[in-house]
Design a protein. Structure first.
Length: 238
């Protein structure tokens, strides 16, 4: 019989300026944890402090705490591209919801969301899907696929974790030297990864590699949104 190992706790960063709202977010983690699910641990603090915690992979942002949301998204994407972001923002702002998801957020909830709904969204993001109002998720799929040029689509190549890191930095227009510095590897090693990525994507320069990666990213995001839609379907027969 295989030995069972306990699931590791998952740290969830929380950013909110208002003490009452922050306490409300913390209370979400008092909800019962389903069997065979990791325990979620809330971590509070300033955004730059939370981003410095390498063990934190999920972050809940209250938009009222952010002076410029788009710049904050860019900071998070630059410093911790692997962090999955859950945004809590104003109601009835469809453009903000769509821009948030396209900009890298994995979930969007409005300020009226119940603790149970926020917890469901966090669980969905942890499991790899995207969470937002159903009508907007459907619209977002249409928007992504409509704006995507199928001529750039290729079969999805299998990438190692390091190749994914290099590719994400290429999409952020980083040079080989900058990528090497950020990842703590030699520049010649970065060149080797770039060459390998080009071969896998069937591209002969960085521009075509980026276009191919963006096409794959769009297809992947559309699939993740579809999973989010399926999760929000009401149970049959009820």
């Amino acid at each position: 019989m295989a030995e069972e190992f306990p699931l590791r706790p998952i740290e969830i960063g929380l950013v909110a300026d208002e003490p009452i709202r922050l306490e409300g977010l913390i209370s979400i983690f008092d909800l019962p944890t389903p069997e065979n699910h990791s325990i979620l641990i809330p971590i509070t603090g300033a955004l730059h402090t939370l981003l410095s915690r390498t063990t934190m992979r999920f972050l809940v942002l209250d938009l009222d705490s952010l002076p410029v949301f788009t710049q904050t998204l860019e900071v998070i994407r630059r410093e911790r591209p692997e962090v999955r972001l859950i945004v809590i923002g104003p109601t009835n702002n469809e453009a903000l919801v769509l821009d948030s998801i396209i900009g890298g957020a994995r979930a969007y909830l409005d300020f009226n969301a119940t603790p149970e709904m926020v917890r469901m969204a966090i669980d969905a993001v942890i499991e790899g899907s995207i969470w937002a109002p159903r009508r907007l998720l459907s619209r977002l799929i249409d928007r992504l696929l409509h704006n995507h040029d199928p001529s750039h689509a290729t079969g999805t190549p299998l990438l190692t974790e390091r190749e994914r890191q290099v590719l994400e930095l290429i999409l952020l227009a980083r040079s080989n030297r900058e990528i090497a510095t950020q990842l703590g590897i030699e520049e010649r090693t970065v060149k080797a990864y770039v060459g390998r990525l080009m071969r896998k994507a069937g591209a002969n320069n960085r521009v075509k590699l980026s276009m191919s990666a963006l096409g794959l990213s769009i297809k992947q995001k559309a699939a993740e949104i579809q999973v989010g839609l399926e999760r929000q379907k009401p149970p049959q027969g009820r």
